[in-house]
Design a protein around this ligand. Structure first.
Ligand code: S3P
Length: 434
């Protein structure tokens, strides 16, 4: 499938208004999974009904968890308790979702039954050894197809693990911590960089014994989770596109309310500041264990910059957008230390480099990054390679292009940002779907 849907993005910088973005994808996955493992009924408000989270929801149902999603604004998960999951009759299909597959692998490692996880073509090309190796050391037997899905998991009694992860990945950290809920003793994960800490925060809310430190987290098992209410903030990674549009606007301001501003997620704010953006953070509050705020952005002339590598894991999902903004900024922007981008829903370095250069932008590609020289994009056709964030990034860059940009293979925008096109149209973006 190469061009299942497309977005036609026309130039235009007359962008302004106030919006709310859909719920956070990472937090929605975790709320479902922890709710499923808890005792009692967990209520999730503001759940993201995107395809990725729906795939996790369906997989949990296949594991015997009763989930009522008849009111999408208020999902009810009847927890099975830590040991109450049932062997699935069929293969669990996580679609496009790396988070769903890797986090569930951690849970399934602790079960006394066998299961098999698969996904779409993109997910089947994403590395799984990074979770299979530590979960194997804890005692699970995981067979993959040369390090890639499908994953066959024979769970069992797990031992606690002290794991020094070679990769800064919240999915790896979370998989090991979730498995650690089943082990007798303390499981600790240390990481080479700071990654999103939603799992640790939410485990605390569900009553687990968790400790968070600098690039480290621990959980004590065997745990007992108690059902709770989870409010899901607006997804910062979705708000990012509106923030970027506000920077490039000639009108402004653009306001996004109720957005999660967990500091392990907001590296883009620092990057935009370095590029000269004008962003105000107001109405700071907390929603459960997560900070939220209103972000207001005014137009600004962006300038190229060298992105400090320590910001990379804190802005990992926003880097395609940073490349797109760099194309519209004055001067050169350089991102290094980002080789993880090659293992996302697409090889985000290669796909962004290819698309931007086909639109007349000068880029220089390295194994772990990209430099982009700002210029005037011409119109044309780019392929998003089925990557939701790449597709949305090009739709923002089009604001400053000379002519219309047609973006192919965009159906997966619905994995993280259902309703993207109409919401962005409502603040003035010149987008059409078809
Ligand atoms: C996520 C972690 C990140 C991120 C992904 C969501 C999560 O992946 O890119 O979109 O919810 O834990 P990695 O763990 O591979 O860095």
């Amino acid at each position: 499938m190469t061009d299942r849907a497309r977005i036609v993005a026309s130039p235009g910088r007359d962008v302004a208004g106030s919006i709310q973005v859909p719920g956070d994808k990472s937090i929605s996955h975790r709320a479902l999974i922890l709710g499923a493992l808890a005792e009692g009924e967990t209520v999730i408000r503001g759940f993201l009904p995107g395809e990725d989270c729906v795939a996790t929801l369906k997989a949990l149902r296949q594991l015997g968890v009763a989930i009522d999603d008849s009111d999408p604004e208020c999902i009810r998960v009847r927890g099975a308790g830590l040991t109450g999951l049932q062997a699935p009759a069929e293969v669990l299909d996580l679609g496009n979702s790396g988070t769903g597959m890797r986090l569930l692998a951690g849970v399934l490692a602790g079960q006394a039954f066998e299961s098999e996880l698969t996904g779409d073509e993109s997910l089947r090309s994403r590395p799984m050894e990074r979770v299979a190796a530590p979960l194997g050391r804890m005692g699970a037997r995981i067979i993959s197809s040369g390090g890639y899905p499908p994953l066959h998991i024979q769970g069992g009694a797990l031992k606690p693990l002290f794991y020094e992860s070679p990769v800064a990945s919240a999915q790896v950290k979370s998989a090991v911590l979730l498995a650690g809920l089943y082990a007798d003793g303390t499981t600790r994960v240390e990481e080479p960089g700071v990654t999103r800490d939603h799992t640790e925060r939410m485990l605390q809310t569900f009553g687990a014994d968790v400790m968070c430190g600098d690039r480290a987290a621990e959980v004590r098992g065997p745990a007992r989770l108690t059902a709770t209410e989870i409010g899901v903030p607006g997804d910062f990674s979705s708000a990012a596109f509106a923030l970027a549009a506000g920077c490039l606007s000639s009108k402004g301001p653009v306001e996004i309310t109720g957005v999660g501003i967990n500091p392990t997620r907001t590296g883009l704010l620092e990057i935009l500041k370095l590029m000269g953006a004008d962003i105000a953070i107001t109405d700071v509050a907390t929603l459960g264990s997560e900070p939220i705020a209103t972000l207001t952005v005014n137009p600004a002339a962006l300038k190229g910059t060298e992105i400090p590598p320590e910001l990379v894991p804190l802005a990992i999902d926003e880097l395609p957008l940073v490349f797109a903004l760099a194309a519209c900024a004055g001067g050169e922007t350089r991102v290094t230390g980002a080789k993880e981008l090659r293992h996302k829903e697409s090889d985000r370095i290669a796909i962004m480099a290819m698309g931007l250069s086909s639109l007349g932008i000068e880029v220089d590609e390295w194994p772990d990054g990209l430099s982009v020289k700002g210029g005037r994009l011409r119109g044309g056709t780019v392929n998003s390679a089925g990557d939701h964030r790449v597709a949305m990034a090009f739709s923002i860059a089009a604001m400053c292009a000379r002519d219309t940009i047609e973006i192919l293979d965009t159906a997966n925008v619905a994995t993280s940002f259902p309703g993207y096109v109409p919401l962005m149209q409502s603040i003035g973006l010149q987008l059409a779907e078809g």
